[in-house]
Each structure stands twice: as structure tokens, then as C-alpha cells.
Ligand binder design. Structure first.
Ligand code: C2E
Ligand code: MG
Ligand code: MG
Ligand code: MG
Length: 280
């Protein structure tokens, strides 16, 4: 009996794996066509400073199929990474970010823009050269771009990562560590890297201030970043209690639904027009 059930279990497991593999292949094939078919777009989410004024914005990829359904980034970004599609897609995001920067600047809002750079993209031998040529092509001041990398890059092949960070810094581009606190980076190494910013992962913000452990992590990151002279952005700020805690314990910028949702560039322009004048 047990044996029969076991065999059944295996069969079910295999069927599940097959479905997953098929789903992945379909996603991969469709994603390869999505850019040419005009199904990909970018949303921008404003970050705010302690006074709750816009201090930058992050670009986030969106995929809306022709039938109107959306595929969330958490589903298609991993497929883009494993298939290598993230390399051309990432380059498209960077070019779009540069165009968006000019549109915002012309409207009176020259905001620093953050783009997510996947590990595979970051490790391409010609990555820095391609970034440089996009900068030249678009004429965006490099100091207006922030590259968000993941903590994994600070763990594997660390020396190569540090070298690359210096190459980007030489161009004037700033580097941020996304989802900070979820990886296994060595704190000692943070001081050896030309880093600009840490983004506290939203899982810790979610637990603040009611959960002792999550809050302790947020507080440690704020304090460490303060000592190291790093900018901090708290991601996923959804409540006044979270914003209040952050304001009392450091000077982090904040990004989250409490302030601004990710939105298309046109909506962002309209949104910025509706905000109180920036004092500069
Ligand atoms: P991320 O870079 O950590 O981006 C922050 C995510 O938090 C975004 O999810 C954003 O929509 C979401 N978020 C913002 N405020 C709140 C909030 O108050 N509460 C909650 N619960 N969530 C909030 P999104 O847009 O679904 O993107 C997910 C991930 O996909 C990103 O995480 C990033 O890792 C990846 N991704 C998105 N666009 C790109 C891209 O252009 N290139 C690469 N390589 N990765 C991207
Ligand atoms: Mg990010
Ligand atoms: Mg993040
Ligand atoms: Mg994330």
C-alpha cells in the first residue's frame, strides 16, 4: 500500500515538474517576443526624503500581454535571468531610463533614477562599455543614475564585483545594494566598496516596529549606514507607524505605497504637477 502511494506520489511530482518546465518554456518564448511586440513597459516609483519630498525614482519593468493579462516581475525576471534575455532587456531599461530622465528634467524634475541591474547583466564583459555608450548617446549626467545590484554579487566573485564597481564609479554612476539584509554579504567588505546606498529589504520594514527582530535589523542597518556615510532607502513603507519609526531612528529615504505607487511616466508627470512645489 505504502509502496503504491509512494509511486503515485512520484508520478504526481513528475507531472508537476513537467507542468513547471512547460510553463517556463512558454514564458521564455513569449518574453523573447514581448519587447518587439510592445508588451513591455516601465513604471516609475518615487522615493521621498524625510520631509516627504521626491528624492528619486526606481524604474520597474511591467509585462502586459496582448490579451490584457499581466505577468508579475517576480515570475518573468527569473526566467529572463536564466535564459539570458535579461541582458538585452536590461539594456533596454537603461536606455528608457535615460529618455525618462530627460522628460522629467524638461518638466522641471531632474530626479536621480534607479535601475535594477541583474547579476548576469552586471557580469557581462562589455557591460561597462555598453553603459558608457548609452550615456554618451543620451547625454544623461551619470550622477543621476543609480544601479541597484543584489547582495549575491557581493558574495560570489567579490573581487571582480569590486573592480566593476570602481569602473562604474569612474563613470560617475552610483551603486546601491537592493534587498539589503536578505543575502550573506560580509559587513567588513561594505567599507571596501565604492557604495552609495543600501536599500533595506521590505520584509524587515513589514515587521517594523511591532516585531522585535525585524525592527532590530532595521535599526542596525540605519545606524551602520550612518557611520559608513551611506544613503539608505527603506523599501515597502506602507504605514505611518513604519515611516514614523524610520524618521525617529535615522534619515532614510522611503519608497512605498504609503507615499507613491509605481506608475507610467505620463502619470508620474501629472502626479508631480499636483504635488506642492519643490523648494530645491
Ligand atoms: P525590487 O527591485 O526590490 O523592487 C521593489 C518592489 O517592491 C517592486 O515590485 C515594487 O512594486 C514593490 N513595492 C513598492 N512599494 C511597495 C510597498 O509599499 N509594499 C509592497 N508590498 N511592495 C512594494 P515589482 O515591481 O513587482 O518588482 C519585483 C522585483 O522584480 C524587483 O524588486 C526587482 O528585483 C525585479 N525587477 C523589476 N524590474 C526590473 C528590471 O527592470 N530589471 C531587473 N533586473 N529586475 C527588475
Ligand atoms: Mg530594486
Ligand atoms: Mg528591493
Ligand atoms: Mg525585491
Amino acid at each position: 500500500h505504502a509502496k503504491a502511494r509512494g509511486r503515485n506520489g512520484v508520478a504526481l511530482f513528475e507531472a508537476g515538474m513537467l507542468r513547471d518546465a512547460e510553463r517556463r518554456l512558454t514564458l521564455e518564448r513569449d518574453l523573447g517576443l514581448a519587447l518587439d511586440h510592445g508588451e513591455l513597459s516601465l513604471h516609475l516609483q518615487l522615493q521621498v526624503d524625510g520631509a516627504r519630498r521626491p528624492s528619486g525614482a526606481e524604474l520597474l519593468m511591467r509585462w502586459r500581454r496582448k490579451d490584457g493579462s499581466s505577468v508579475p516581475p517576480d515570475q518573468f525576471i527569473p526566467v529572463a535571468e536564466s535564459s539570458g534575455l535579461i541582458v538585452p532587456l536590461g539594456e533596454w531599461v537603461l536606455r528608457e531610463a535615460c529618455l525618462a530622465w530627460h522628460v522629467l528634467a524638461r518638466a522641471g524634475h531632474p530626479l536621480p533614477l534607479s535601475v535594477n541591474v541583474s547579476p548576469m547583466q552586471f557580469r557581462q564583459p562589455d557591460f561597462v562599455a555598453r553603459v558608457e555608450s548609452i550615456l554618451q548617446e543620451t547625454g544623461v549626467p551619470p550622477g543621476q543614475l543609480v544601479f541597484e545590484i543584489t547582495e549575491g554579487l557581493l558574495v560570489d566573485r567579490r573581487d571582480r564585483t569590486i573592480e566593476r564597481m570602481h569602473e562604474l564609479a569612474a563613470l560617475g554612476i552610483r551603486v546601491s545594494v537592493d534587498d539589503f539584509g536578505t543575502g550573506y554579504s560580509s559587513l567588513a567588505y561594505l567599507t571596501r566598496m565604492p557604495l552609495y546606498e543600501l536599500k533595506i529589504d521590505k520584509s524587515f520594514i513589514r515587521d517594523t516596529p511591532h516585531d522585535k527582530d525585524g525592527t532590530a535589523i532595521v535599526q542596525s542597518i540605519l545606524s551602520m549606514a550612518g557611520h559608513l556615510g551611506l544613503r539608505v532607502v527603506a523599501e515597502g513603507v506602507e504605514t505611518e507607524a513604519q515611516a514614523g519609526y524610520l524618521a525617529r531612528h535615522g534619515n532614510a529615504s522611503m519608497q512605498g505605497y504609503l507615499f507613491h505607487r509605481p506608475m507610467p511616466l505620463d502619470d508620474l508627470l501629472a502626479h508631480l504637477r499636483g504635488l506642492p512645489e519643490l523648494l530645491d
